[in-house]
Design a protein around this ligand. Structure first.
Ligand code: ASP
Length: 341
């Protein structure tokens, strides 16, 4: 079998930090020094190449143009490599993995995001294991066919579909959750792939979408949310799509002012996408009276999609110039395995 070639794309985040010996502050290290930090990497029988973003960023600074840059690096190197490992801060990794899954259509190679809670330069770092396993997974093939031809996040012994995850813990090494989709692989003594859950390889040409429209908003409901807040939020000029984070199975207040505000927004062409605040389970509009009204007025149900994936999907679909009816249809179907239709 051919030696797998992987491109490591280093974008920043805690994983890439070392302590400055003089000041004690955390600072990004030069990726060329990775072999000094992790000599074990030389033992891999893979062709590992790397590319570093300039500047390296804390992932709180991720923007749509960052996603375009990342997608472009993958596009330009797609033919040269068998897989990609993206080192990324954990804070917005679930958003980036979701967005990349939409931007890269017909992906037939692994794009494995990973990062860490403790910097690589710290003895107890979780970064080393995460990085090594992400490399192993990105290189895995059966008969030259990649095991994981999709965008995924590897973290603390689990490989998860990227657009199904959220960061739910700021402290534990086990920082990511995939509440509505089983892990794609579990790592112990062996790496056990759940092949049934992994997207099937396809042999169409990769298509990279780079137009994203961020005229969007997440409106999270809470008891006591003020009328003036909801009305003003929905009247923001240029607003095109709203992720409405509702309670439980997609429930929202039945107050007339609330429903009227939504009706007015929908009347102006704003798309309202109903996503649950729960980390597991799905929106089921009509199950309760408190969600029935939403479906009657034209709110779109997001099934079991995560908020991270919903906002990415909305920006992606709005960016493609589809008409509203088409966007509403596509929001309810699975494009990259992001929801259960
Ligand atoms: N603030 C960091 C980031 O997301 C945290 C991390 O990498 O875990 O870039």
């Amino acid at each position: 079998m051919r030696t797998p070639s992987l491109l490591i794309i280093y974008t920043g985040g805690t994983i890439g930090m070392v302590k400055n010996p003089l000041t004690g502050a955390l600072q990004p290290y030069h990726f060329e020094d990775i072999y000094k930090l992790m000599p074990v990497l030389r033992n891999f029988d893979y062709n590992l190449q790397s590319i570093s973003f300039d500047p390296l960023i804390d992932s709180s600074n991720v923007t749509p143009s960052f996603w375009v840059k990342l997608a472009t690096v993958i596009e330009e190197n797609y033919e040269k490599y068998d897989g990609f490992v993206v080192l990324h801060g954990t804070d917005t990794m679930a958003y980036s993995a979701s967005m990349l899954s939409f931007m890269l259509e017909n992906l037939n190679k692994p794009v494995i995001f990973t990062g860490s809670q403790l910097p690589m330069g710290v003895i107890r770092t979780d970064g080393r294991d995460n990085f090594i396993n992400a490399i192993e997974i990105a290189a895995a093939r059966i008969d030259e066919t990649p095991m994981v031809p999709e965008v995924a996040i590897y973290f603390e012994n689990k490989l998860m579909r990227g657009n199904r995850t959220n960061k739910y813990n700021a402290e534990n090494f086990n920082a990511f959750l995939s509440g509505n989709y089983p892990p794609l692989a579990e790592v112990g003594v062996h790496i056990r792939y759940n092949t049934e859950q992994i997207l099937k390889p396809n042999f169409r040409k990769l298509k990279v979408y780079k137009n994203l429209d961020n005229s969007v908003l997440i409106l999270k409901l809470f008891p006591g949310i003020a009328e003036v807040v909801v009305k003003n939020a929905l009247q923001i000029e240029g607003l095109k799509g709203v992720i409405l984070e509702t309670y439980g199975a997609g429930n929202a207040p039945t107050d007339i002012w609330f429903i009227d505000a939504l009706i007015q927004a929908i009347g102006k062409g704003i798309i309202i996408y109903n996503v649950t605040q729960c980390k597991g389970g799905a929106v089921d509009m009509g199950k309760y009276e408190t969600s029935m009204k939403l479906s009657q007025i034209g709110v779109i149900g997001g099934s079991d999609i995560t908020t991270e994936s919903a906002i990415a999907k909305m920006m992606f679909l709005l960016g493609q110039g589809f008409n509203n009816e088409e966007i509403k249809r596509l929001l309810q179907v699975s494009l990259r395995g992001e929801l259960t239709a």
